[in-house]
Design a binder for this molecule. Structure first.
Ligand SMILES: Cc1cc2nc3c(=O)[nH]c(=O)nc-3n(C[C@H](O)[C@H](O)[C@H](O)COP(=O)(O)OP(=O)(O)OC[C@H]3O[C@@H](n4cnc5c(N)ncnc54)[C@H](O)[C@@H]3O)c2cc1C
Length: 404
């Protein structure tokens, strides 16, 4: 082994300092484990975009002691509305705020992704100031009977009792363990961007989440960062763009063109975005296994999820809590710890991935091309009782009390 290696029989190595990797680091540090996080970027940063966390996600973050820190940056929206793509007609969809807390115990919140990452990073660094190493890109993982190793592009080697690949949708750890996957394009492109709230007219600058329903597109916007910014996501059926990346810029003209004929409010939002980015939505089949020996995967590395349920990062947060609990319960037995983690998480995450994929169909309402079908369509697909039935299993789940 090269001289620049680090080794420890009890240390846990995490590849990726995104939401999943840092939540895992925090969960493990709180249980007394030594953790090293390796992130390829030279700074801990998230894309400029929003994220919603349902009650099942905030339940875990509150259990990790982050309630106060989140309250300084979050928005707790009062409600979700739906609007008609062309006429702008508005329906109350469901109540959030106190209603969510009453029903599920913890709120549904909306955040700037960078704010969530900072909250997690601060909590990690309070417990271990040098936990995160930046500018380290994992290129290979390997293992022996008594330890796992990670090799980085710069020649550094790290070793520990476990390696957890939290390295996202293009996971190198997954490729090393199971080979490169073959994603399938969904035929949808997601646009996203941020608009400063003070640039928006008052009727749009409200603390509610809004879903615009259209025949072949869907627009969602909600406030983040204490209500100072409006997050904008727009999904459209398009087959000419197949790059899956958070950082590829598009133009406002192209985005406006994708939503030609939509209500003026949608175009006001587009006009006021800082920079619009576009991401081709891909799906991958569920993986039968996530672990080999002492090495496992979590978050998007093993169950990337389409955004139609707003649950990909929440699943990573649930994984983080459960993998730490399993490692603590079976500390000296890596294979048992990781097998239990997979057993607990496989079906739930597969269901979320499947339902998010099914919701893709629901996100578009071809019937809305016909003005006479509006009321029927809204009642059919979006009425409150159906929604509550659809969501109960998701938001009521408690990763913090699951039997390990
Ligand atoms: C348009 C859109 C909207 C979404 N909205 C929501 C939402 O509202 N709510 C929700 O819960 N989810 C949402 N998601 C899903 C969510 O973004 C992801 O599920 C979540 O970011 C996954 O977190 P992660 O930590 O597993 O991976 P990532 O966030 O991708 O983090 C992976 C980290 O690993 C690093 N890395 C990668 N490769 C290496 C390497 N070789 N070596 C070292 N480091 C490496 C990366 O730089 C990155 O920092 C949305 C997704 C999309 C596309």
């Amino acid at each position: 082994m090269p001289n620049n290696s680090k080794t420890s029989s009890s240390k846990i190595i995490i590849i990726g300092g995104g939401i999943g990797g840092l939540a895992t680091a925090l969960s493990l540090l709180q249980r007394g484990f030594d953790v090293e996080v390796y992130e390829q970027s030279t700074a801990l940063k998230e894309v400029g975009a929003g994220i919603q966390l349902g009650s099942n996600g905030t339940r875990v973050l509150f259990a990790l002691g982050l309630q106060d820190a989140l309250s300084k940056v979050q928005v707790v929206p009062t409600a979700r509305e739906i609007r008609h793509w062309r006429t702008g007609e508005t329906w109350n969809w469901f109540d959030l705020g106190a209603v969510s807390v009453k029903r599920y115990g913890t709120p549904h919140i909306m955040l700037h992704r960078g704010d969530l990452l900072n909250v997690l990073a601060d909590a990690v660094q309070r417990l271990k100031p040098d936990a995160v190493s930046l500018g380290r890109k994992c290129v290979e993982v390997s293992q022996t009977d008594d330890r796992a190793e990670v090799h980085f592009a710069d020649g550094h080697v790290a070793a520990g009792a476990f390696v957890i690949g939290a390295d996202g949708i293009h996971s190198r750890v997954r490729a090393c363990l199971f080979g490169a996957g073959r994603p399938e394009f969904t035929g949808c492109v997601a646009w996203r961007g941020l608009a400063p709230m003070d640039r928006l007219p008052l009727h749009l600058a409200r603390m509610v989440g809004t879903n615009w329903l259209g025949p072949r597109g869907h627009v969602l916007h909600y406030p983040v960062r204490r209500g100072e910014i409006m997050n904008f996501i727009a999904i459209v059926e398009r087959d000419d763009w197949q790059v899956e990346s958070w950082t590829l810029e598009g133009s406002k003209g192209e985005l406006a063109n994708d939503f030609g004929g939509w209500h003026q409010d949608v175009h006001t939002l587009i006009d006021n975005l800082d920079t619009p980015y576009k991401w081709a939505l891909m799906v991958r089949g569920p993986m039968p296994r996530w672990s080999k020996g002492r090495i496992t995967l979590m978050g998007d590395a093993c169950h990337p999820t389409l955004p139609f349920l707003g649950q990909g990062a929440v699943m990573a947060i649930e994984d983080a809590y459960v993998v730490a609990a399993c490692v603590a319960r079976h500390a000296g037995e890596p294979q048992s710890a990781l097998a239990r983690y997979e057993d607990i998480r496989r079906d739930r995450t597969a269901t979320v991935v499947r339902k998010a994929h099914e919701n893709r169909r629901q996100a578009f309402s071809p019937a809305l091309a016909d003005d006479n079908a509006v009321a029927i369509e809204v009642a059919r697909a979006w009425q409150q009782v159906r929604l509550r039935e659809r969501m109960e299993w998701l938001y009521a789940y408690d990763a913090t009390t699951i039997a390990i």
